[in-house]
Design a protein. Structure first.
Ligand code: GCB
Length: 604
């Protein structure tokens, strides 16, 4: 890889935008690039696949004239669902926003730029850089190879301490939208409930006017108004509420009310109105020393860890894949997943709310290993990322816990201050949910564990440790749980376990990388989990839902193969082991779930 600046200039291909008139003599080579998508796997060019540095996207769009006029004129906003990693955005040559971080949305008020320009053409230019440093989230580092006898001049590599391909591009939808000049900026909703009555507490913030009125109405799924309120802060009382329940915990999971917030404001003689509709699920979450309670009932996470990852589009949003994955989750009997190892698209989270899939919502704090990544600069950025994440997902009933990181070097002494601060900050932002991070450190050395509400522990017995020795699992896994519980008396989730398998590779007796070995390893883990889930183990999340791409390396065969589904979403033998298990666990609960047939999947 050569450090010379490759100026890669892309065109957005997005149905929202009109085609961009190409003028490649001014810009150098321009290639078509779909949005949303990662750019890495779109062409046949290996230098683009592994490219590190700046790329440019550009698109011209025509705005409706009514967006540009009026007294007061509407507010015009340009919003990115996410772009990896560092973005600078210009409209008509004027910089409108810059944003650091690849998995969360950002937006810019572009009214003054587009309303000040003659005509209604709007040129959107994005410079995007995927370089990771010790202070980004996730962290990484650039290593220059100075030995001229082995590498070309200016040769460098990007090193990371996480196990997935660092796909880059504009990964989620880009939209232009308008609001009135005075508008609803934010809504926060929390809920409490007893048997026959629930309270929905709300807080609404308005920007652009001080003289405004707010009215709220909450509708049930039949469209009936069940409560009304007014003003920026208040409480709605719902009699005989339909609670939001996870999938397989109730015959009607994922019940969502609809909260309509209506604002009216006087501005310069005009009456402005803004209306926003928010799905609201009424549910509570509590953690005891050995249980995770949803609506007061013990909840056991039988679920998966996922990735946003697929052939060709990399981490780009892909609706057919999303819906396929939810059908597979429901086929599997999974009631939960962790957004390993970064926040997932809002479109995915919307379906979790609607289907009742409980989510451990994880920040991009993965691979925090270098001592410099525990310093103040990294810490401040981590706090800012938690603010963005909580602001985005705070109203989602599916989000039952925040995870601030995955497998940091929490045995290092600075991890104590670091995690104490990140967790306290997250709790201050959202006192209604438990907070954790996922650890693979030794229970006796972990400096972050004292601050979490739930211990989430990853282990790979008989894979990375004692490879090939399935017989050690019962002893080692039992000791793992007992040591953690004795030390902290907090509920424990087995947040990762698993084995790679290459589909179609078989051996009996089971050998590593075969489908039989993956099945056998899972079964060994399950026999211990079955004992401990009667005590204080509150969940198990397989690593991983599907095979996914990683950097190339001697332990990765076209990526990580620990999926129970292939990257193309075909089940391996292990998927059937897990499916039997998850449905068995679901059927043990006092509330029998509906029998699921492939036909009934389509009826909801
Ligand atoms: C882990 C990591 C995950 C890896 C997995 C593995 O502990 O959290 O990101 O992909 O192990 O397969 O090595």
């Amino acid at each position: 890889r050569i450090k010379e600046q490759l100026i890669v200039k892309f065109l957005f291909l997005n149905s929202l935008f009109l085609p961009f008139p190409r003028n490649s003599c001014q810009t150098g080579p321009v290639i078509d690039m779909p949005v949303p998508a990662s750019f890495n796997d779109i062409t046949q060019d290996p230098s683009l696949e592994n490219y590190i540095g700046w790329v440019w996207y550009e698109k011209e769009v025509l705005l409706p004239l009514r967006w540009l006029q009026g007294d007061p004129a509407p507010r015009v906003v340009l919003r990115f669902g996410s772009a990896h990693y560092y973005s600078i955005v210009w409209v008509n040559g004027v910089q409108v926003v810059e944003h650091e971080g690849g998995h969360l949305p950002f937006e810019a008020d572009i009214s003054s730029v587009v309303q000040g320009s003659p005509g209604s053409l709007c040129r959107i230019t994005v410079a995007l850089n995927n370089t990771l440093t010790p202070h980004t989230l996730p962290p990484g580092s650039i290593q220059y190879m100075a030995d001229k006898s082995r590498y070309p001049k200016n040769y460098f590599v990007q090193n990371t301490k996480f196990d997935f391909f660092n796909y880059a591009g504009i990964h989620r939808p880009v939209v232009l939208y308008t609001t009135p000049a005075a508008y609803i900026d934010d809504i926060t909703v929390t809920t409490t409930s007893s048997d026959s009555v629930a309270m929905v507490q709300y807080q609404v913030s308005v920007v652009g006017s001080t003289a405004n009125s707010l009215s709220l109405s909450l509708r049930d799924q039949e469209g009936k108004v069940v409560a009304t309120g007014d003003g920026p802060v208040g409480e709605l009382k719902v009699l005989n509420p339909n609670l939001w329940w996870p999938y397989l915990m109730h015959e009607n999971p994922g019940y969502l009310y609809s909260l309509e917030v209506r604002m009216q404001a006087q501005l310069g003689g005009a009456l402005l109105e803004d209306v926003y509709t928010l799905p609201v699920g009424i549910r509570t979450v509590h953690v005891t020393s050995s249980q995770f309670l949803i609506n007061g009932r013990p909840f056991y996470f039988h679920g998966v860890n996922k990735h946003e990852d697929a052939d060709i589009r990399g981490k780009g949003l892909d609706w057919p894949l999303i819906v396929k994955d939810f059908n597979l989750l429901r086929w599997l009997g999974a009631n939960s997943f962790r957004t390993s190892h970064y926040p997932y698209a809002e479109e995915i989270m919307d379906l979790c709310d609607a289907y009742g899939i409980a989510v451990i919502d994880e920040s991009p704090g993965v691979g925090i290993k270098l001592p410099e990544s525990f310093g103040n600069r990294s810490l401040q950025h981590h706090l800012a990322v938690m603010e963005e994440l909580v602001r985005r997902d705070k109203n989602r009933p599916s989000v039952v816990m925040w995870s601030v990181a995955n497998e940091p070097a929490s045995e290092l002494p600075p991890a104590a201050h670091y995690f104490k601060t990140v967790i306290a900050h997250t709790k201050a932002l959202d006192p209604s949910r438990p907070v954790t991070f996922v650890t693979d450190a030794n229970y006796a050395l972990d400096h972050g564990a004292p601050y979490v509400d739930v211990i989430c522990v990853n282990s790979y017995f008989s894979w990375y440790h004692d490879p090939g020795h399935l017989e050690v699992i019962p002893l080692q896994l039992t000791a793992q749980f007992e040591n953690w519980y004795k030390t902290y008396q907090k509920p424990i989730i087995q947040s990762e376990y698993g084995a790679d398998s290459v589909p179609g590779l078989h051996s009996d007796p089971p050998m590593m990388f075969t489908e039989e070995y993956q099945q056998a390893l899972l079964r060994e883990y399950h026999s211990v989990l079955d004992k401990k889930r009667k005590e204080y183990v509150i969940g198990e999340l397989i690593w991983n839902f599907a095979d996914f791409m990683t950097n190339q390396g001697t332990t990765r065969v076209l990526g990580n193969k620990k999926g129970i589904f292939t990257r193309q979403r075909q089940p391996k033998a292990a998927a059937f082991v897990l499916r039997d298990r998850y449905w068995k666990i679901a059927n043990e609960s006092s509330c029998l779930p509906p029998a699921i047939t492939s036909h009934s999947l389509f009826l909801k």
